[in-house]
Design a protein. Structure first.
Length: 137
């Protein structure tokens, strides 16, 4: 998805990030046509496992958010989230730790909460989800 986007947009792309599950970058060597070239403006960050966030996911998201805060009024921000690993874009509110957030979400799943119920809670515990419609499920 990111490689195709970069090919279409070309040199107008200033900066991009792709947060992928651990061990994904190794696949670049097996399928180079599916990934941006090494001189790409897109940076790859490996974080999380099996679509679940970890502390590296939080650090990557914080870095992306800090970059976005510096955008100017005329800049265009495009966010693409891939189903199944979109949780790697993760930034819990200051009032909760990542561990506690994941614990709450796992308990909701165990209690057979609906996806809508889980997403409502996820959005309330997140510093970025639910704030912008494009970052919400």
């Amino acid at each position: 998805m990111s490689s195709a986007f970069e090919r279409i947009v070309g040199k107008q792309l200033r900066k991009g990030w792709v947060v992928v599950p651990r061990k994904s970058i190794f696949m670049m060597w097996s399928f180079p046509e599916a990934f941006p070239p090494l001189n790409s403006r897109i940076s790859y960050v490996e974080a999380g496992t099996d679509g679940h966030a970890d502390e590296k996911s939080v650090l990557a998201t914080r870095r992306i958010v800090n970059y976005c805060k510096r955008l100017k009024k005329r800049d265009l921000l495009i966010v693409m989230l891939s189903q199944g690993i979109d949780d790697l874009l993760c930034l819990p509110r200051d009032t909760i730790t990542l561990r506690d957030k994941l614990r709450v979400l796992n308990r909701l799943r165990a209690a057979k909460a609906t996806p809508e119920e889980i997403n409502t809670v996820r959005n309330k515990l997140s510093a970025i989800r639910g704030i912008y419609p494009s970052l919400s499920r």
